[in-house]
Design a protein around this ligand. Structure first.
Ligand SMILES: *Cc1c(COP(=O)(O)O)cnc(C)c1O
Length: 379
């Protein structure tokens, strides 16, 4: 079946008790046994729950995996994957990753002795130079947050496979509508389902997906052992959100492109970071591995911090808030918000400077969004 059909149907209609068309919410912690070892496939909700299973089957189908596990947040999806490592192992991470990822990796370095190199994954020389005997994992996030740098997934996964190293791709920014990292050679995909997959800014969640049977067993074991699985009601919300994912992504992209073109012409804007603009450094790579450019962009303001603050506090439709991927448009200041926890030196090295403003372009009317930005830029 094709993607849009899977988004609506995969995992969904299995209620033989009452033939409900939509997956019921099994809001229960435990399930009755009929005798020793006799269950209907579920015994305890941390280990498994039919509502969550429906979501997991859907997520696996959309990313082209054999297994997905839905977990409580994007951060525990990342943690679960990091538990594939042990003390002394080395991880190579893209340098402009999500701020929370960088914070967690630093915590794992200090707590568990997991060693991390933050590099520009697109530079082969940096990739070669950072390689160690103990390197076990490469962490890809593309397009990156908030600068929208595009990493060539095939190149990095090819390099890693030649060295027997696992690759993980954080696919939160594009969703499987526009990018399928498993097909591009990644071993694992993680999501913050809080963002586009749920898409309505009313739940936090995460997911880990793989097409490898050995990793699938290990991830299942870890989600149960760590106790990080997503609650039934939250799972139901994410599954509900996914049904309109393809439609939403199309509108997010159309609006983002219109906003990017507007900003690109504006005299108060020094630079627009949107891979859908032909002048963007990642345009060609994006076209080779993505089927769309997504709804996220950032831009650099020509002016001081006061000017930046005036723009941030003058938008009326764009709410000044963290997070992204919901139907409503958001504006954010990465240096002091999403990336505040990041090591300042690394933040500067990655180019996440004070004049950078990030937009999560929603599905409102593009004309209204542009009018809002226009008045804020001249405030
Ligand atoms: C938000 C986000 C995360 C973390 O997800 P939570 O659901 O907030 O825990 C990880 N990666 C990216 C790219 C994100 O945008």
């Amino acid at each position: 079946m094709k993607f849009k059909t899977l988004a609506v149907h995969a995992g969904v209609a299995k209620d033989t008790a009452y033939n409900s068309v939509i997956t019921p919410i099994y809001q229960t912690s435990t399930f009755r046994f009929e005798g020793i070892g006799q269950t209907k496939g579920f015994d305890y909700t941390r280990s498994g729950n039919p509502t969550r299973t429906a979501l997991e089957e859907n997520l696996a189908a959309l990313e082209g995996g054999i297994l997905a596990r839905a977990v409580a947040t994007g951060m525990v999806a990342i943690q679960t994957v990091l538990h594939l490592l042990k003390a002394g192992d080395h991880l190579i991470c893209t340098q402009d990753c999500y701020g929370g990822t960088e914070r967690l990796l630093r915590l794992y370095t200090s707590l568990y002795g997991i060693e991390v190199s933050f590099i520009d994954l697109n530079r082969e020389s940096e990739l070669e130079a950072s390689l160690r005997k103990t390197t076990k994992m490469v962490w890809i996030e593309t397009p990156s947050n908030p600068l929208m740098n595009v990493t060539d997934i095939r190149k990095v996964t090819g390099f890693a496979r030649n060295h027997g190293i696992l690759t993980v791709a954080d696919n939160t920014f594009l969703s499987p509508v526009f990018q399928k990292p498993l097909e591009l050679g990644a071993d694992l995909v993680i999501h913050s389902t809080t963002k586009y997959l749920n898409g309505h800014s009313d739940v936090v969640g995460g997911a880990v997906i793989t097409a490898d049977p050995v990793l699938a067993d290990r991830i299942s074991y870890l989600v149960n052992a760590l106790g990080v699985a997503q609650a039934p009601f939250d799972s139901w919300l994410v599954l509900r959100g996914i049904k309109t994912l393809a439609l939403r992504m199309k509108q997010h992209e159309e609006n983002a492109l219109a906003v990017a073109r507007f900003l690109d012409q504006h005299p108060s804007v020094k630079k627009v970071n949107y891979p859908g603009l032909p002048g963007h450094s990642g345009y060609e790579t994006a076209k080779s591995q993505q089927s769309g450019f997504g709804g996220m962009l950032s831009f650099e303001v020509d002016g001081d911090l006061e000017k930046v603050n005036r723009i941030l506090s003058s938008t009326r439709l764009f709410s000044l808030a963290e997070s992204l991927g919901g139907i409503e448009s958001l504006i954010c200041h990465p240096a002091t918000m999403t990336h505040a926890s990041m090591d300042p030196e690394l933040r500067e090295k990655a180019g996440i400077t004070q004049p950078v403003i990030r937009l999560s372009v929603g599905i409102e009317d593009a004309e209204d969004l542009i009018a809002d930005l226009k008045q804020a830029l001249s405030a």
